[in-house]
Design a binder for this molecule. Structure first.
Ligand code: AMP
Length: 317
């Protein structure tokens, strides 16, 4: 059985300034972050577009990690570019510029070998392009959708149509509120479920992440990373790690999603420790498993206190 993950999203040159420094025209984009992350788990089928200015050899490390670039089109024109600056509080980011460039006329065409893929990540990109990908799939089983304020504000109708065709949506807290019209995040998740997806994942940056499905609610903190150098792509790395784990296990039960959410959290923690894709480039599966165990320890809650002030004996006592 083919356990590849299909990823569509932006392939970008990012110019980013954080309190730790800056990079110009560095590798980025939702599809590259998600693919680099997911390739720690499974082979990846990457769908996107770059311009003739793109240095394709820079993706050699991804090729070595079984990221197939057969769906990466090279079009006449310049590669998508995005630029952003972070405040001292790394939760606050300002976009300086977005140049769609070759994405303006992009229409994704899936290589034949990708059309039978069953686990799909529709990374942040125009909803019409996400829909084009869905149209070409034979029998998708678990499709996860990401989006951003730009598309919620400018292409809501298209986005809502895509939402009816996916099993999971992964958004941050601000996007969840904007898309649902609810300020309470649990109500927002419920409202998003009513729009289509059976599972809703809401990311809250350094405050962690939670999952809502009809089978329950689960939450995880972020790992307490002391040196956050560049939060760009944290969300995409989270999604790539989570979807990579789902594609590897083919387990989208509530327990499977909880486990995958922990892998997503572990993956994102590796991505933010360096600029651009460098954290994911040097990451190994072993490092990921260490972070996973660290997160399990952190999320563990001791036995409750008894009425007499003692502590209940746990199942292992
Ligand atoms: P995140 O930090 O998870 O929000 O993702 C940041 C990445 O999203 C950067 O690498 C950008 O290249 C990419 N990005 C920013 N704006 C857009 C957009 N409008 N469409 C697609 N990708 C974008």
């Amino acid at each position: 059985m083919d356990r590849a993950l299909l990823v569509i999203g932006s392939v970008a040159y990012d110019t980013v300034e954080t309190p730790s420094g800056s990079v110009d025209d560095a590798l980025g984009g939702s599809a590259l972050y998600a693919s680099a992350a997911a390739s720690l788990f499974v082979p990846v089928h990457l769908v996107g577009v770059v311009g003739t200015d793109f240095r394709i050899d820079d993706l050699d490390f991804m090729r070595q990690r079984r990221v197939d670039l057969g769906g990466l089109e090279v079009a006449d024109g310049r590669t998508f570019r995005w630029s952003g600056v972070y405040e001292a509080n790394l939760n606050v980011r300002h976009t300086r510029s977005t140049h769609l460039n070759v994405f303006a006329d992009f229409s994704p065409r899936l290589p034949d070998g990708y059309r039978s893929d069953s686990v799909i990540f529709l990374g942040n990109i125009a909803p019409t392009l996400q829909a084009h990908v869905l149209d070409q799939l034979r029998e998708p089983r678990w499709v996860a959708l990401d989006t951003m304020d730009l598309w919620i504000n400018t292409a809501r109708g298209e986005l809502e149509k895509v939402m009816t065709r996916v099993q999971m949506i992964i958004v941050n807290d601000a996007e969840a509120r904007l898309l649902s019209g609810e300020s309470n995040l649990v109500l927002a998740a419920r409202r998003l479920m009513a729009m289509g997806p059976a599972a809703v994942v809401i990311k809250k940056g350094e405050h962690g992440v939670f999952l809502v499905t009809n089978d329950g609610y689960a939450a995880l903190p972020a790992l307490p990373i002391l040196s956050v150098i560049d939060p760009t792509g944290a969300g995409d790395s989270f999604a790539g790690g989570m979807l990579g784990a789902i594609a590897a296990s083919r387990d989208w039960s509530f327990a499977g999603l909880r486990r995958a959410m922990a892998y997503g959290t572990a993956t994102a923690s590796l991505a933010v420790e360096s600029f651009s894709l460098d954290g994911l480039r040097t990451a190994t599966r072993l490092m990921l498993e260490e972070r996973y165990r660290w997160l399990r320890d952190i999320a563990d809650i001791p036995e409750p206190v008894r009425a007499d002030g003692g502590v209940h004996a746990g199942p292992n006592a």
